[in-house]
Structure formats: structure tokens, C-alpha cells
Write a protein that binds this ligand. Structure first.
Ligand code: GAL
Length: 432
């Protein structure tokens, strides 16, 4: 499956720089300094962007198991705040280029990881796959996304779904919308009805969430095969079908509320009944559902409900978070210990119910995945697959940066023609 991903291009050195990083972060504070040993224990610097409400809960659950099982090591949380990792990935790139890698970092399976592999940043993890018999445990098509020439370069911890329409049932009812819209046209009609009632029809977060919306509308409008074809060599981003999809995107985006700081405040508008709809990955489920210390403690089906994003039923727009072993990791043994926990059934079954994702392992304890997550497990095993744009599957980082730029310009100009040209140019410059 998706052989084309194996040809993802080398990440352009210097595209991302430290200067682009907002810095900060939760947990360990995104420190660029190597953590020192503490209390005789070797610290293991784990780099991600899971600092915010909802996301941090999953990491904390896996950290707990790591600490229980590894008395010789202590966990150093080097997470850098900012949904989708835009800020984290900029800092990471500068660390990798400076040969100051964290001991392990989160990278998306697919084109994003292929970029790190081809830049020579990662160690081959085949030894771990052999030792833990992981090839029997992870789906073959997923292992394909994290391999180059038969060598395997990361440990996937989960499968996330990008194409989820989150909605507030009471707001829909008030607006006279009787069910979650299944098509783009039904969606536009529902947005209009909500607007007439004075509520926010569609909540939106920071700029990357607009690209997230775009990938969903492209899939919903084009259909799965035509969407997947966009990332194959010679794809036509100038087609009338893409024009139509972008016009729908512009129409849908015209119903968006004021941009919120990140995905959490946008999702919260739905759960609080200020907004009707939000299209976001299923990390939003962790945030809605987790108890108040980390999440919103909301009741599913009452405070929030879900459906496939309009036009995408039967397709899983997927992505997968995975952990790596960078070459030159200062605490390599500790990093390998972390990867073992990340690969384990126990680690994945602690992490995923909190993270709002389903496990990458095929032998997880299904009874732990209830409510939204039971639907996700069912759909993952039966749906067609399409790869996320914003979250590393279908396009590499330089291509994503070019897409984000075109989307950023569109947010200001609302110019569909210019957006299509920007996307076509991005593909021409970056597709392999
Ligand atoms: C994705 C990541 C998810 C979640 C989301 C929002 O890129 O794969 O795990 O963190 O960003 O931050």
C-alpha cells in the first residue's frame, strides 16, 4: 500500500530554523539543554508537543509505566507546546541539524518520517523489531510507512483519525438540523441554519487547523481515490474537481468563527454550546472526555457527538504518532527503554484511551476502547484509507510548509484561484 510514500523526498536542510520557534512549552519547557542526571538516574529526554489539555494525559499515562518499569532512568519531558507540532518540529529540526538530538522524538509515520530517515537522522530499529517480534504485531502497511529499504525506523504508538466532525447535539437541535450532515451540501445547509440562530457555525483554531479543515474538504469533495491520487507523481492539482473542492472549502470556511489560539479552545466552543461544529482529529475526544484535571470531563452524545466529516464516510483519514531513536542520542539505553514501553501492549493500552486514539498494536485489549474509540476501532478495520496532509502521512515537511503558506495567504485573501495555484505550485515543487 502507498508505495509512493517510500519515495518521499529529503527534508530540506534549513527550511525550519530555531528562529521560527515560539519556544516555551509545557513539561520540561522545551529546553535546548541536555538534561543532567538526577538522583543518580539517567534522564531520558522525550520530545513531543503533547503539553496541552487532553494530549498531555496520554503521555503522562505512558510515562508512569516507563517510570515503574525503569528505576535506572528518569523521564525528562522536553515537549514544546503548540498543536500539531508546528513549533516543536521547528525546534527539533534545528537540534537535529546541530547534532544535539533529544534521546527520542515523536515523528509521524509516512512522508514526515521518511524525511528524517533520508536526512540520516535516525537509527535503524530492526534489532528492536526482531527482539520484540514487532513485525507480527503492527499492521504491515504501517510498518511500510516507517521503513526504507527494509530497515524500520520508529515505533508507532497509535492510529489517529483526522476526519471527525464533532458537533453539539443541542445546538443542532435548536437550529433545526436533525442529523449530522453526510455530504458537503448538507453541511453547508446546516452551517447556514446555525448561523441564522446566531451561534458560531464552525469553530476554528490556529492556522494549521485551517489546513486540517482543507484536507477534510478535499477528501469529502474528491472522494478517496482522487484524494489519494493527489500525492502520486504527476498528480493534477489544477483539475476542475480540485477547483470545485476548493470552492466548497472557501464556502465552508466562510462560516468559521473567530480563530482561537489552538485546537483546544476551538473544540471547547462546541462542547460548551457556543459553536455547532468543529472538524478535528480524534485527539479532541481525549480532551472532551478525560476528567477535568486534563480534559473537560464532558458527557458524550449529550455535550458532544461525532460523525465522519461530510462526504468521508467509509474512509479513515489516518495518521500515526511514532517514536524514534535519533543517531547520537546521549542516553541511548534510556531511549531504547522508552521505545520498549511505547511498543508494549501495556504502554499502548495506557496511552491511547487517554490520547483519544486507537493502538497501533493489533493485539490490544479492546475492552478499554469504548464510546467514540469503539467506533474508531471498528472503522479502522473496515474503512478505506487516506493519509493526512497536515499530520505527516501524505506530504513531507517542505511540501507541507508550502501548503500551509498557500492556506495562510488564503485566510487573508479568500482567493480560491490563488489557493489552487499555490497548492499546484507546492505539489510541482515537492512531489517526487
Ligand atoms: C497531531 C498529532 C496528534 C495530536 C495533534 C494535535 O499532529 O499526531 O497526536 O497531538 O497533532 O496536537
Amino acid at each position: 500500500m502507498r508505495r509512493w510514500l517510500a519515495t518521499a523526498s529529503i527534508m530540506m536542510a534549513g527550511v525550519l530554523s530555531l528562529a521560527a520557534c515560539g519556544g516555551g512549552g509545557g513539561g520540561g519547557g522545551g529546553s535546548t539543554q541536555q538534561p543532567a542526571a538526577s538522583g543518580g538516574k539517567q534522564q531520558v529526554e522525550v520530545f513531543s508537543w503533547w503539553t496541552g489539555p487532553g494530549e498531555a494525559d496520554g503521555l503522562a499515562a505512558m510515562r508512569k509505566i516507563f517510570e515503574q518499569q525503569n528505576s535506572a532512568y528518569s523521564f525528562f519531558d522536553a515537549a514544546v507546546a503548540g498543536g500539531s507540532g508546528d513549533k516543536a518540529k521547528a525546534l527539533l529540526e534545528s537540534k537535529l541539524q546541530a547534532q544535539q538530538p533529544p534521546d527520542t522524538f515523536q515523528g509521524h509515520a509516512g512522508a514526515e518520517l521518511q524525511g528524517y530517515i533520508k536526512a540520516g537522522y535516525l537509527e535503524d530499529l530492526t534489532f528492536l523489531y526482531d527482539e520484540l517480534k514487532l513485525k507480527d504485531i503492527f499492521p504491515a502497511q504501517l510498518v511500510d510507512q516507517i521503513s526504507v529499504e527494509g530497515k524500520i525506523y520508529s515505533v508507532p504508538v497509535n492510529i489517529h483519525r483526522s476526519n471527525v466532525l464533532w458537533y453539539n447535539p443541542s445546538v443542532l437541535k435548536e437550529a433545526g438540523v436533525s442529523a449530522a450532515p453526510k455530504t458537503i451540501d448538507e453541511f453547508v445547509a446546516a452551517l447556514e441554519k446555525v448561523k441564522a440562530k446566531g451561534k458560531v457555525p464552525l469553530s476554528i483554531g490556529s492556522e494549521w487547523t485551517v489546513t486540517h479543515l482543507l484536507e477534510n474538504v478535499l477528501l469529502g469533495s474528491l472522494g478517496t481515490d482522487a484524494y489519494n491520487a493527489l500525492f502520486k507523481p504527476g498528480a493534477n492539482w489544477n483539475s476542475p474537481e480540485v477547483t470545485k473542492a476548493l470552492e466548497s472549502f472557501a464556502k465552508i470556511y466562510s462560516y468559521a468563527g473567530d480563530p482561537q489560539d489552538d485546537w483546544q479552545p476551538a473544540a471547547k466552543q462546541v462542547a460548551d454550546g457556543q459553536a455547532a461544529f468543529n472538524i478535528m482529529g480524534d485527539w479532541a475526544y481525549g480532551y472532551f472526555h478525560n476528567p477535568p484535571e486534563g480534559g473537560l470531563g464532558k458527557t458524550s452524545k449529550t455535550d458532544f457527538d461525532w460523525a465522519p466529516a461530510p462526504g468521508t464516510e467509509g474512509t479513515y483519514l489516518w495518521l500515526s504518532d511514532s517514536f524514534t531513536l535519533p543517531k547520537g542520542a546521549k542516553h541511548r539505553d534510556g531511549a531504547v527503554a522508552w521505545l520498549k514501553v511505547a511498543a508494549s501492549k501495556e504502554g499502548q493500552d495506557a496511552f491511547n484511551p487517554k490520547k483519544g486514539s486507537i493502538p497501533a498494536r493489533t493485539d490490544a485489549d479492546k475492552s478499554l476502547y469504548t464510546d467514540y474509540l469503539a467506533d474508531a476501532l471498528k472503522d479502522w478495520s473496515s474503512n478505506k484509507l487516506a493519509g493526512s496532509i497536515q499530520h505527516g502521512v501524505s506530504v513531507n515537511q517542505p511540501w507541507l510548509a508550502a501548503i500551509n503558506e498557500a492556506v495562510g495567504l488564503f485566510v487573508g485573501s479568500k482567493d480560491v484561484k490563488a489557493l489552487q495555484k499555490g497548492l499546484a505550485d507546492a505539489a510541482a515543487a515537492n512531489a517526487q
